[in-house]
Design a protein around this ligand. Structure first.
Ligand code: SAM
Length: 185
């Protein structure tokens, strides 16, 4: 079977991100934090969003730019330097498979009043399955909920064990500053 790029990207992208990205204002600005190879940056650009992709991996960013020149890439050490998006806000922020706790308040400050945060990463218990196993990289039970509950409306939250794409313990959240979002199917 031959897959076109749209299908290929959609299959590789997190189902959680695919499910909730339609909540982000159409055509709006989205930050893909620690974007890696850009599976979500490329999907978001394909869906018409204005994407900023940041990671410390300059080679990966160069590949993203080559595939989608409209994506604004930035090479930055998110854990060693100043927050690279100071003063900017986004209609959406997507974070997957990445955690650096000191950045969490910055993410909330960088979300537009109607913005949507989509987060999915590993949580405690994942050490049974392999890496990441360092507690610094694993969310505590309910941690994403606790982070947003005073500032955002939680649209969806899940935590627990998954079997696919491989066994892992994950936590997932979609939250927004907007009241009364129309929920995706
Ligand atoms: C497991 S990958 C996840 C990539 C992408 N979010 C995804 O889910 O496909 C983690 C990413 O975090 C990036 N990263 C790790 N530490 C970083 C740092 N200090 N500054 C910027 N990026 C970092 C890595 O380069 C890598 O691309």
């Amino acid at each position: 079977m031959i897959l076109d790029m749209t299908t290929y990207m959609s299959e590789k992208a997190s189902l959680w991100v695919q499910r909730f990205l339609p909540l982000i204002t159409p055509g709006g600005s989205v930050l893909d934090l620690a974007c890696g190879q850009g599976r979500h940056s490329l999907l978001l650009a394909e869906r018409g969003y204005q994407v900023d992709a940041v990671d410390r991996d300059a080679a990966a960013l160069a590949e993203i730019s080559a595939r989608a020149p409209g994506i604004v890439t930035r090479a930055a050490d998110l854990e060693g330097g100043a927050w690279p998006y100071r003063g900017r806000t986004f209609d959406g922020i997507v974070v997957t498979n990445y955690l650096f706790r000191p950045l969490l308040p910055m993410l909330l400050d960088s979300l537009d009043a109607n913005g949507v945060l989509i987060y999915e990463t590993f949580m405690v218990g994942n050490e049974r399955f392999g890496k990441p196993s360092n507690p610094d990289f694993l969310l505590r039970p309910g941690e994403l909920l606790d982070m947003v509950r005073l500032r955002l409306t939680v649209v969806a939250f899940e935590q627990g064990e998954i079997d696919a794409p491989r066994p892992a313990m994950v936590q997932r959240l979609c939250a927004t500053g907007r009241i009364g979002s129309h929920l995706p199917a």
